[in-house]
Write a protein that binds this ligand. Sequence first.
Ligand code: FE2
Ligand code: FE2
Length: 207
Amino acid sequence: MARRKKTRSTTSRGKGARTRRATAKKPQDAIALLKADHRQVEGWFEDFQSSRSATRKRDLATKICAALEAHTTIEEEIFYPAFLEATEEKDIHHEAEVEHDGAKKLIAEIEKAGPDDDYFDARISVLSEMIKHHVREEEKRDGMLAKARQADMDLQALGQQLASRKAQLMGEAQSEDDERPAQSRRGTSQGSERALQARATRRLRGE
Ligand SMILES: [Fe+2]
Ligand SMILES: [Fe+2]
C-alpha cells in the first residue's frame, strides 16, 4: 500500500507524508518488539477467561499457543544469547530459559489433548499464570529487559533480527501446513499469522 503512494510523496507535498510513513514503518527495537508480543498474548488470555463460547476459546487458545511458540523461539535463538553475552547475567538468563521450558511443555500438552479435553481450561489458565509471572520477571525494574536497555546491546539491530526470524518462522509454518503453492499474500504478517494459527488449530484438533 505504501509503495503505491511513494511516487507522489517525492514532491514537496509529500514531506509530511514521508514523515508519517517513516514513523509508521519505523522498525521496533528488540525491547519494544518483545513487549508488544507480551501485550498481545495478555489480551488473548483475558479474552479467553471472559469468553463463554467454546469456539472462541479454541480460537484464542490457538492464537496464544502459536504466538508463544514464535515468541519463545526468537527469544531463545536471538535475544537471550545476546543478553547473556552483553551482561553475563547468568541467573536471569537461566531462570528465563527454565520458565520457557515449563511453558513449552504445557503448550505441547494443550495442543496434544485438544479443546475437548476436560483439562483444557485448566491448562490454559495455568499457562496464563506461568506467562504472567515470566513476563513480570522479564519486564520488572531490574529484570532482563531493563538490564538489556542499560547494557551495550544494539537493540535496533536485534529488533530487526527478531522481526525477520519471526517472519521466517511464520513462513515455515505456512509452507508446512499449506501444501498449495504459496499465495500472493505470502510473507505478509496477516497471512503468516493465519498460517501459524492454522497449524496450531490442526494440532488442537489432533489432525
Ligand atoms: Fe518475552
Ligand atoms: Fe521469555
